[in-house]
Design a protein around this ligand. Structure first.
Ligand SMILES: *[C@@H]1O[C@H](CO)[C@@H](O)[C@H](O)[C@H]1NC(C)=O
Ligand SMILES: *[C@@H]1O[C@H](CO)[C@@H](O)[C@H](O)[C@H]1NC(C)=O
Length: 266
């Protein structure tokens, strides 16, 4: 009986093994159902949705978390918490119920970038979304003057209809950043595009440089990030980014450890 779970740990967590207390037996791992209203349950579902928005590679298919229906957590001492959640999402553009999803979200202790597996029912508006993606892509490809913009949404919460796809693309790309930064204690939401600039490309892709603000919870801090996003319809975006705490206090940009760009270009 003892062999199986330990093998599982060996496969999944090669570098965490040293943290495993010598006498730990699988029976000490508690698996419990938690109230769906609990912050931890919603936060686990939220990061799963953000991962889905990044991974779908479709800016016109973004969804947000609606209702958490069921949540279970398995706590493994010294290693982390694995959440199993069932939830529904709504479509970003229509606010219609979109999908029913199940996900596992594994937060390793004190580490960002939870391991996520997610399955969802397909959405009825998939074809329309793909079509809108492609129209936006074609329009950007034939742009004579690269588009640019700032403060999206503006201080009244308004977004020019022309700029909506540029906003969606930023949400899709920043969802990658958010996923990489999220821990069990900290979550992020994109708040605003400060500036956006399209970059001409000779290949099949379209590219944009964004400066954005992420809202961090529970600290309520604003994180300022520079993103370079390269995208082809139907594929997850390529994202390079650099973030620094505090854009608003005007105390300059204090880069995070290393201060180099992170991303998925490699
Ligand atoms: C997703 O679906 C696969 C295949 O049906 C299943 O093996 C896996 O456990 C599911 N994952 C989640 C998180 O629901
Ligand atoms: C920025 O301001 C917030 C709120 O006043 C404060 O909590 C935070 O520590 C400040 N950040 C920096 C880097 O000064």
């Amino acid at each position: 009986m003892q062999q199986q779970p330990l093998l599982w740990l060996v496969t999944l967590l090669p570098h965490a093994i040293q943290a495993l207390p010598f006498a730990l037996s699988p029976t000490t791992w508690s698996v419990r159902e938690i109230p769906t209203s609990q912050r931890a349950a919603r936060e686990a579902a939220r990061v799963a949705v953000q991962y889905l928005n990044y991974y779908s590679g479709s800016p016109h298919q973004l969804v947000y978390l609606d209702v958490v229906r069921k949540a279970t957590v398995k706590s493994i001492p010294e290693i982390g918490d694995k959440f199993y959640i069932e939830f529904t999402t709504k479509d970003y553009q229509t606010n219609q119920e979109a999908r029913v999803c199940t996900a596992s979200v594994f937060f390793r202790q004190k580490q960002a970038k939870p391991a996520i597996h997610i399955n969802c029912t397909t959405s009825g508006s998939l074809t329309k979304a793909r079509e809108n993606d492609y129209n936006f892509y074609r329009q950007m490809k034939k742009q004579v003057t690269p588009i640019s913009g700032k403060d999206i949404p503006d201080s009244f919460g308004f977004i020019e209809p022309d700029m909506l796809p540029v906003w969606y693309l930023a949400i899709m790309g920043s969802s990658f950043v958010v996923w990489e930064k999220t821990t069990e204690e900290r979550s992020y939401t994109m708040a605003q595009i400060k500036t956006v600039q399209q970059l001409p490309r000779k290949d099949d892709s379209i590219a944009f440089d964004y400066d954005i603000l992420l809202h961090e919870l529970p600290t309520e801090e604003m994180i300022y990030c520079s993103l370079h996003i390269v995208w082809i319809p139907g594929k997850p975006p390529k994202v390079d980014y650099e973030c620094s705490h505090n854009a608003e206090n005007g105390s300059g940009t204090e880069s995070e450890e290393g201060s180099t760009f992170f991303g998925n270009f490699k």
